[in-house]
Write a protein of this length. Structure first.
Length: 64
C-alpha cells in the first residue's frame, strides 16, 4: 500500500525574510561606500527596492 502524499507546504523559518533584508541593506551600504558610478547605481536600486518593500508591507498590513 502506498503512503498518502502530504501536500502541505513545508514550515519556513521566520528569519528568512529579515535575513534577506539585512543582506540587501549590507550590499547597498557597502556599494555606496566603496565607489562611484556603478556602485552608486547599485546602492540606489537596492535602497529603492527596500523602500518599495516597506511601502508594500505597510499598505497590505492586517488592520485588526
Amino acid at each position: 500500500m502506498s503512503r498518502p502524499v502530504d501536500k502541505r507546504p513545508a514550515p519556513r523559518s521566520p528569519f528568512i525574510a529579515p535575513t534577506w533584508i539585512a543582506l540587501a541593506s549590507l550590499v547597498g551600504l557597502v556599494s555606496a561606500l566603496v565607489g562611484d558610478g556603478v556602485f552608486d547605481v547599485v546602492s540606489w536600486l537596492v535602497f529603492s527596492a527596500l523602500i518599495a518593500l516597506f511601502v508594500r508591507a505597510w499598505i497590505k498590513r492586517d488592520r485588526r
